[in-house]
Write a protein of this length. Structure first.
Length: 367
């Protein structure tokens, strides 16, 4: 089956129920997006669709995965589409295993600006942990982390609702941005400069944590990398980040358990220090103060209020990432001082202890 005929054949499926029509529309849009991202797409046959809950096969660089595409769902009687929650199906209307237990490799959940890919096995494990399957509620609106079905309508289905934020925290989840133009040429090289890539810049505001914007962080990469966590994001800035296809995280539960400072919803933006092809140094992200003059402190301390400018790039198959361009420090919080004298200041001078016979760089008596 040729890829040029996939969408036309897909639109020809014979089911005119409104929700099926919407599902077909969403799958068609996803097919076009996947193609624009460089994937080859093949449609599963009818038996695979019905019995295995596989909609499509996607191939990229010789690797093929099967996916089950899920359209956005409404979260209330006003039929407003809700990206904050997803519905998982344990049993279908006939009482058989629901789509959660199908044979696909990935579930793909549609959102307004992107698609969230979720490893099927990880989702099953997640629902086993967070859903109370022994508690059945009477109303759909009460089905968060509990089960609900339409037994009153003679149906045997069983579903639950879980938050999208939990899906995004799974190890293999990633985001694929929607493309409005099917002829868009997507750049997969994260090291091509912004002029070649023609990616629009975004600016978000939040509270800085673990900012390595004056000196690179060499902890994880030998060549170092620039990075900053932008924390305590409000709804406006979360919307910007999600529209760009970036993953918003929240580790407050873990931080609270460890007695550490909470950071709220946050996103990590990084930049490489060197160009991949040439090994030459990349331009350092610009750091300025509130007047847009050069920032002269050694570090941006945790708790500083900042504006962060970034572009995005796609790194398959892991998703979309931010590429740090500039930081504006609006309210500055100094980083704690760290010097040799501070480190040794709690030691007492031991009069009858060992004395070095060489000249020392540190005077312990003055520490």
């Amino acid at each position: 089956m040729g890829t040029d005929t996939l969408v036309q054949e897909f639109k020809g499926r014979k089911d005119h129920a409104d929700y099926i029509k919407r599902g077909i529309k969403v799958e068609n849009e996803f097919i076009q997006t996947a193609k624009s991202h460089g994937y080859t797409v093949a449609i599963a046959d009818e038996q695979e669709n019905i019995n295995k809950h596989i909609d499509l096969y996607l191939t990229y660089k010789g690797l093929t995965v099967s996916v089950d595409v899920k359209a956005r769902r409404t979260g209330n009687k006003q039929r407003v589409l809700d990206d904050a929650w997803i519905v998982v199906e344990f049993l279908n209307t006939m009482g058989n295993k629901g789509w959660l237990y199908g044979d696909c490799d990935y579930f793909v959940f549609e959102r307004e600006y992107d698609y969230v890919w979720c490893d099927a096995k990880e989702l099953v494990e997640l629902t086993d942990k967070v859903v109370d399957k022994n508690t059945r509620v009477e109303s759909y609106k009460d089905s968060a982390y509990k089960t609900w079905g339409r037994k009153h309508q003679g149906k045997q289905d069983l579903i639950s609702r879980i938050e999208m934020s939990l899906i995004l925290k799974l190890n293999k989840s990633f985001i694929m941005k929607k493309t409005l133009d099917n002829n868009v040429k997507v750049c997969n090289n994260s090291f091509i400069n912004n002029k070649e890539r023609k990616t629009p810049m975004s600016v978000i505001q939040g509270v800085a944590f673990w900012a390595h914007v004056m000196k690179p962080n060499f902890k994880f990469k030998e060549e170092g990398e620039w990075s900053i966590d932008i924390c305590h994001l409000d709804e406006k800035n979360i919307a910007i980040v999600q529209k760009d296809g970036l993953n918003v995280k929240n580790n407050d539960a873990k931080l609270k358990a460890e007695g550490k400072e909470l950071q709220g919803n946050f996103v990590t933006i990084k930049a490489k220090t060197k160009w991949a092809k040439t090994g030459e140094d990349k331009p350092k992200p610009k750091v300025v103060d509130a007047d847009r003059l050069p920032f002269t402190e050694e570090k941006v301390g945790n708790g500083s209020l900042v504006n962060v400018k970034y572009t995005t790039y796609e790194h398959k198959p892991y998703g979309t990432f931010g590429d740090l361009k500039a930081v504006q420090v609006i309210k500055f919080v100094p980083a704690p001082e760290s010097s040799d004298s501070d480190v040794t200041s709690d030691f007492d001078v031991i009069e009858d202890g060992y004395k070095s016979t060489q000249d020392a760089d540190l005077d312990f008596a003055k520490a």
